[in-house]
Design a protein around this ligand. Structure first.
Ligand code: ZN
Length: 277
């Protein structure tokens, strides 16, 4: 999955770093794109040493570390020689072969969005500031404290004997199918979300709900929580036309286009295909 980057080591602990080293990574995003250094073979995230005009740690926000390098975010565009740099869309990193670089690029974008959209307090409208003791934003007036927003969502692989239920969402590209998924709503357990989402989206009842594993999904700021479930395939499918354009039962060995294993959905579909669930 996207966050499985071994043997590289990602650490998200907050740190009060007082210095940016020459080899540390500097992430600057313009909307949905990341500033990278142009290289002949493969563009790279800039190190501090690539940004000679970089002046002070006051301009940089510590994000996390990858192996022995700290990763810093800049919210203001650094001064760069435009011939040597280019912007790369975040979606480009989905299938980037250096998985550890893909991971920090995509995760950095999630944090950038969070910092950028909370410059003012949602409670009183005053300016906010970054806390120095933890990864948090605090209002300078009413002291409201904000932490990165993570939205839990379930994703469900529904099976019946040697068949799996796959659905094509309204916003999917054509002829592309995945598992049923949906955000957790207020006042419900994860298992209740599974039952409700499946019923709402395709109109059937599921049983034998079993937890599989979870996956942080920074593209949408979600925590995807994977479940296996079983259902009787004789139940009529009633699709929520606002969400689902097609759904059906597919036999092992005869699955339509589906996600690859950078996502938990892809991994679960692959396990079903190999009869290893
Ligand atoms: Zn406030």
């Amino acid at each position: 999955m996207l966050h499985d980057i071994a043997p590289h080591i990602f650490r998200n602990e907050f740190s009060t770093v007082t210095e940016v080293r020459e080899s540390d990574y500097i992430l600057y995003y313009k909307s949905n794109s990341l500033l990278v250094v142009k290289k002949e073979d493969e563009n790279e995230i800039p190190h501090k040493s690539d940004l000679p005009e970089f002046s002070s740690i006051q301009d940089a926000i510590f994000l996390f570390t990858l192996d022995d390098k700290a990763c810093f975010l800049l919210l203001e565009c650094p001064v760069v020689n435009e011939d040597g740099f280019v912007y790369e869309e975040i979606n480009f990193f989905r299938n980037y072969k250096r998985r550890e670089i893909a991971w920090i690029s995509i995760l950095g974008h999630q944090l950038m969005s969070w910092y950028s959209s909370n410059r003012f307090c949602g409670n009183c409208g005053s300016k906010t500031t970054l806390k120095t003791t933890e990864r948090a934003i605090q209002c300078t007036d009413c002291a409201t404290t904000l932490y990165p927003k993570i939205s839990p969502a379930v994703i469900v692989a529904i099976t019946c004997k040697n068949k799996i239920l796959l659905a094509s969402g309204k916003n999917f590209r054509s002829n592309f199918y995945s598992l049923i998924a949906g955000y957790v709503d207020i006042g419900e357990s994860l298992e209740e979300t599974v039952v409700r989402e499946v019923k709402e989206e395709i109109g059937i009842d599921v049983k034998n709900i079993r937890y599989y594993k979870s996956q942080p999904w920074p593209f949408s700021g979600s925590m995807m929580i994977g479940y296996w479930a079983e259902a009787d395939d004789l139940q009529p499918l009633r699709l929520d036309e606002n969400e689902i354009s097609e759904a059906g039962w597919y036999s092992r060995g005869n699955l339509p286009n589906h996600p690859v294993n950078i996502s938990i959905a892809g991994e679960m579909i692959e396990l079903f295909e190999k009869n290893m669930m």
